[in-house]
Design a protein around this ligand. Structure first.
Ligand code: PLP
Length: 381
């Protein structure tokens, strides 16, 4: 099937683009001698895990389900970080994961023995308290009062009470970036060294989290490689990165059809896709998703607001303009729709889930999954 023939709405994963991204990551692994993991939170389409596993060292998870998925479908290194672990999950987690990262000293002490017995490598997430994100407070783990990671003062207090706290801990983990370049990583690493360097000296690995936009065109890959090499040399540690976005950045589309056009001072296109159901980050972040063959609202003669066929008044995707008039039945293609999209889908308003296709490098689209009424109904009773 060709792209023009798939039903709407559908997500298309672009295999060629995915491979391009993976090759950039492979180069980082080779030149910096580090390991890169897929953060499944951003992209869990396990149909392509065998492909991703050819390039990357493994997977990382945010909890039990992702950990199980990584183990079942990629089967390489399998890490997990969660702000807290449930006792009922933990026995299964130590069987699934080779690295478990804790968010607090209390969680570390609670589960340390279980990890040591199971031969799991233990990590502690630190909070360097160095914000680099400007206006995205919702994605800033260094924001004031953040629950994510142990601050230096909290670690020092814990060590003053019990000097054995870090015994058995193998690695430190920080995750402070979101869609950022390696200059922000560099300033973060400076702070990590200054504050946590004395602890890092005793560790076997450091995990620098995600948020590295490594496969973005303007990303300074050479600087990233320099930073990693420097840490390895200074502390004699293995270095991990666990990006989500960078793996499938720009490697997916959401194809939708115009169902109606409503003109109430603004011409609004009603699409068979929804921000609330299919691209929730548009409302949450918020941002205006890229759309093929479109322009900023004021740039071209044909101006429209793109919206959805849910009942939510605020289910608005964004304002765009075009070189041509848009008609009912036209297909529009949202870009960069592989990450934080399928993993966040829901059936609010009884809206169907988009099908998922893989577009091969020869242009052929292979169906991965189609959804129906049962997928809506089965979650509700
Ligand atoms: C979200 C997250 C990632 C992946 O972040 P991206 O922005 O998708 O690269 C990695 N590690 C942790 C701990 C995360 O919370």
């Amino acid at each position: 099937m060709l792209l023009s023939q798939v039903e709407t709405p559908s997500y298309i994963i672009d295999e060629g683009k995915l491979i391009d991204n993976l090759k950039v990551l492979e180069r980082v692994q080779q030149e910096a001698d580090c390991k890169i993991l897929l953060a499944q939170k951003a992209f869990s389409n396990y149909f392509v895990y065998p492909l991703i596993g050819k390039y990357l060292a493994g997977t990382t998870a945010s909890g039990l389900y992702e950990a199980r998925l990584g183990k079942e479908e990629m089967g390489k290194e399998n890490h997990v970080f969660a702000p807290a672990y449930k006792e009922t999950d933990f026995d299964e987690l130590v069987n699934l994961c080779d690295h478990i990262i804790f968010n607090s000293v209390a969680q570390l002490m609670k589960y340390k023995d279980k990890c040591l017995k199971a031969g799991v490598s233990i990590g502690l997430r630190i909070n360097p308290e160095h914000s680099t994100q400007g206006d995205h407070a919702i994605y800033d783990p260094c924001a004031r009062g953040s629950r994510l990671g142990v601050t230096l003062s909290n670690l020092q207090q814990a060590l003053a009470k019990d000097p054995t706290v870090l015994d058995g801990v193998d690695g430190l983990h920080f995750h402070t970036l979101c869609e950022q370049n390696s200059d922000d990583l560099e300033s973060t690493v400076e702070v990590v060294k200054e504050k946590f360097g004395q602890y890092l000296e005793k560790m076997n690995w450091i995990n620098m989290g995600g948020g590295h936009h490594i496969s973005r065109e303007d990303y300074d890959v050479n600087r990233l490689i320099r930073i990693i090499k420097d840490i390895k040399e200074t502390y004699d540690v293995e270095v991990y990165l666990e990006p989500g976005e960078a793996i499938a950045l720009n490697a997916g589309y959401l194809i939708t059809e115009v169902l109606d056009i409503v003109d109430n001072k603004i011409k609004t296109l009603i699409l068979d896709a929804s921000a609330a159901c299919h691209m929730p980050d548009v409302l949450e972040m918020p941002y205006r998703p890229p759309l093929m063959n479109s322009y900023e609202y004021d740039k071209k003669p044909y101006k429209y607001r793109l919206s959805s066929y849910t009942c939510l008044a605020g289910d608005i995707i964004g304002d765009y303009s075009f070189n041509r008039e848009i008609k009912v039945g036209d297909r529009l293609v949202f870009e960069d729709m592989a990450i934080y999209s399928m993993v966040k889908n829901n059936t609010f308003n009884g809206i169907p889930l988009p099908s998922i296709y893989l577009q091969k490098e020869n242009g052929e689209c292979q169906l991965i999954k189609k959804f129906g009424y049962e997928d809506f109904k089965n979650r509700l009773s």
